[in-house]
Design a protein around this ligand. Structure first.
Ligand code: ZN
Length: 249
């Protein structure tokens, strides 16, 4: 079924010199990665959800790193079974068209990198990297299939996943980049894709572009706090709507 994209939106996107895209779990749903809080998400079952959230928290990493790594391993194995979908690929095509492009993602699955996106702010980190808690070196992901307990650095320190866990702060360097590239100098067009828009720092780029007189778009099958704010709301799944949008350009 052909998806109708409104002409004025196509015109704006064709002419845009700068584009920002903000993604959440919804973009990876078609790749088989469960969403978090949306319908059927991994935190949908409250008890199971509570245990997973506790395992994936800063305090648990400190007190029982093996438990955190066990939970991280499940997420990483799911990410490795997945491949980028048509939505991820359409975002790469948008990046190649725009003179300035920035992708802010909440996802830690690494699928945007796999698809070929380049200017990425992975505000919650990436499962495919580790940081040594002793020497601070940033390294590749561990060999997941054989991982038992917590991986160690060559220096002997315990590694942590390079992801923001529950009850942890966002990394300062990425927050500064978010503000520099998406808020202080907002792109002409910002497209929010598959995010439940629960976090202020995820909504802020949309508000910044709107206040600057730019165009804002939301792609999501469900309504979110952004739905009544954006210039265009495209109700549907990212892997269907994003390719249709790119094809119309
Ligand atoms: Zn180390």
């Amino acid at each position: 079924m052909a998806m109708e994209i409104s002409e004025p939106l196509v015109d704006v996107l064709r002419a845009a010199a700068s584009i920002g895209v903000v993604t959440g779990a919804g973009i990876s749903a078609a790749s088989g990665i469960p969403t978090y809080r949306g319908k059927g998400g991994i935190y949908d079952d409250p008890e199971e959800g509570d245990r997973t959230v506790e395992a994936l928290s800063g305090p648990t990493l400190r007190d029982d790193p093996d438990r955190t790594w066990h939970a991280i391993k499940q997420l990483a194995l799911a990410a490795h079974r997945a491949t980028p979908n048509a939505g991820h690929n359409a975002i790469v095509a948008l990046e190649r068209r725009a003179r300035r492009f920035v992708l802010l993602t909440q996802n830690v699955d690494g699928l945007h990198e796999s698809a070929g996106s380049e200017n990425i702010i992975d505000i919650h980190g990436n499962l495919r990297r580790t940081i040594c808690q002793s020497c601070g070196v940033i390294g590749d992901e561990p060999e997941w299939t054989t991982l038992d307990g917590s991986p160690r650095c060559a220096c002997g320190g315990v590694l942590r996943p390079d992801v923001v866990l529950f009850e942890e702060m966002l990394p300062t360097d990425k927050v500064l980049r978010l503000y520099a590239e998406l808020v202080d100098d907002p792109p002409e067009v910002v497209i929010a894709v598959g995010t439940t828009a629960m976090f202020p720092y995820i909504c802020e780029p949309v508000h910044a572009t709107r206040l600057a007189g730019g165009t804002t778009v939301e792609i999501n099958p469900e309504k979110t706090p952004l739905s009544d704010v954006v210039s265009y709301r495209l109700a549907g799944h990212a892997d269907v709507i994003l390719p249709a949008l790119v094809a119309a350009l």
